[in-house]
Design a protein around this ligand. Structure first.
Ligand code: IMP
Length: 499
């Protein structure tokens, strides 16, 4: 006879946190959201941690290199989507790793002999008032000078004026040498009262520009996630088919962590992939999933997964439950897997972090997922709404929206994610193509969400995620208390689209 679970499975929306005692030390500014990403042994330090417990989903409409840089600046990790060629995915990873925080490749460049009017036109086009003057007019040509909008008054210059007559020539420029740190560059900027500092190599070729305003932005991101060479940390999704080619390309590009991306991970394919990858590249970090119960977790932990993802059918664009009738309420799945993770730790001394993937609708769902035992959360819809997601922003019925589609939709055609062996094709859709309300910049939204998580943790009387997992008091709520929980029995004056 089939096995029947005793209890129905529940979603995050059915739970609330009950406050604990809040001491005077328990203030949001003192809360640490640091969390482990990959397995580690008892008594040892986790080799990869994040400063906020958020990762962005392995999806075409969510995680590319731009998203990865924006999220790493806030302290989290993007998993760059794997449903693209190995070359393109590795190139995205390489772009994140070569992005130097505060060092930018000059996007406005001109030759010294060009007419000054070209510089004016370029400024209008790019909106940038600092233009690098290089011998060949490229971003990495030999630096001849810098021209800014303060160097000329357009109505007071002859028609045949040339850039070289108005620029600050190389001889009068303060420059930094390639290899200089951002703090050293900042020292030069402050000591010489500069707005920008060109960085050149030993042959005098322009490498980067450092702008005073960008340094300020760097200072605004105290939680940014960097590797030991001060490069942003980045993840990538892989599948169980082409990993022997994809993994080395991603590692060569500098990827820090990977995850097997599949709608269902309790499989022989994932066990084999984890085994083969770890045998060939023992230092590679690879998460696996998705699972929704203790059995699935134990299987992947034993198979060597560096972390385990939880969630089937809970994603906002997901129709797996309708199509195949498989899945489990995300809260119940997280609670059961967290228990299994703790037992596994007790038994083996190995801590395998778990990630709650999909179904986060409100910010408090993040806090609940963490309180229920998740070490971090993976989100798709949440990040798809931001400027930094790779999709189009458009106006629909008078409101700005962004496109968001599932990996199992016809649009993404990521058949590897739903692969059960057999032909290389998507047999039927497990995801939809949709719009999500546009929400502005990632920085503003993540700052607000993390602030809510910190405040809630203080309500619970805790300052760290492990403490939250240990001390949180969680209650299931009735349908009537859910109604009680939002504005009720009043006529609300304004309405807005809430995330
Ligand atoms: P969301 O944060 O609720 O939008 O869920 C995002 C998660 O949904 C992803 O991290 C995936 O685990 C999952 N997902 C992505 N594409 C699909 C799909 O087409 N069908 C089902 N689940 C999907």
């Amino acid at each position: 006879m089939a096995y029947f679970f005793e209890e129905p499975s529940h979603t995050f929306a059915e739970y609330l946190l009950v406050p604990g005692y809040t001491s005077a030390e328990c203030i949001p500014a003192s809360v640490s959201l640091k969390t482990p990403v990959v397995r580690y042994k008892k008594g040892e330090e986790c080799p990869l941690t994040m400063n906020i417990p958020l990762v962005s989903a392995v999806m075409q409409s969510v995680s590319d290199d731009r998203m990865a840089i924006a999220l790493a600046k806030e302290g989290g990790i993007s998993f760059i989507y794997g449903s693209q060629t190995i070359e393109n995915q590795a190139a995205m990873v390489a772009r994140v790793k070569s992005y130097k925080a505060g060092f930018v490749t000059s996007d406005s460049n001109i030759k010294p002999d060009q007419p000054l009017t070209d510089a004016v036109a370029l400024k209008e086009k790019t909106g940038h008032s600092t233009i690098a003057v290089t011998e060949d007019g490229t971003a990495n040509g030999k630096l001849c000078g810098i021209i800014t909008s303060r160097d000329y008054r357009i109505n007071h210059t002859p028609a045949d004026a040339k850039v070289k007559d108005y620029m600050t020539p190389f001889a009068n420029l303060v420059t930094g040498q390639d290899g200089i740190t951002l703090s050293e560059a900042n020292e030069l900027i402050w000591n010489h009262k500069l707005n920008s500092l060109p960085i050149i190599d030993k042959n005098g070729n322009l490498k980067y520009m450092v702008f005073r305003k960008d340094y300020a932005s760097h200072q605004e991101h105290p939680l940014e996630l960097l590797d030991d060479k001060h490069r942003y940390i980045v993840g990538a999704g892989i599948n169980t088919r082409d990993y022997m080619e994809r993994v080395p390309a991603l590692l060569a590009a500098g990827v820090d962590v990977m995850t097997l991306d599949s709608s269902e991970g309790f499989t022989e394919w994932q066990r084999r992939a984890l085994h083969d990858i770890h045998e060939k590249w023992p230092n590679a970090k690879v998460g696996a999933g998705n699972v929704v119960d203790a059995e699935g977790f134990n299987f992947l932990a034993e198979a060597g997964a560096d972390f385990v993802k939880i969630g089937i059918g809970g994603g906002s664009i997901c129709i797996t439950r309708e199509q195949k009738g498989i899945g489990r309420g995300q809260a119940t799945a997280t609670i059961e897997v967290a228990k299994a993770r703790d037992e596994y730790f007790k038994k083996t001394g190995i801590y395998v972090p778990i990630c709650s993937d999909g179904g986060i609708v409100h910010d408090y769902h993040m806090t609940l997922a963490l309180a229920m035992g998740a070490d971090f959360c993976m989100l798709g819809r949440y990040f798809a709404r931001f400027d930094e997601s790779p999709t189009n922003k458009l106006m629909v019925n008078g409101s700005y929206v962004k496109e968001y589609w599932g990996e199992g939709s016809n649009r993404a055609r990521n058949w590897q994610r739903y692969d059960m062996g057999g032909a290389s094709k998507l047999s039927f859709e497990e995801g939809v193509d949709s719009y999500v309300p546009y929400a502005g910049s990632l920085h503003d939204n993540v700052t607000m969400s993390m602030s809510k998580v910190r405040h809630t943790m203080c309500n619970c009387g805790v300052l760290t995620i492990p403490e939250l997992q240990e001390k949180a008091k969680i209650t299931l709520v009735s349908q009537a208390s859910l109604t009680e929980g939002s504005a009720h029995d009043v006529i609300v004056k304004t309405t807005s689209i809430q995330s």
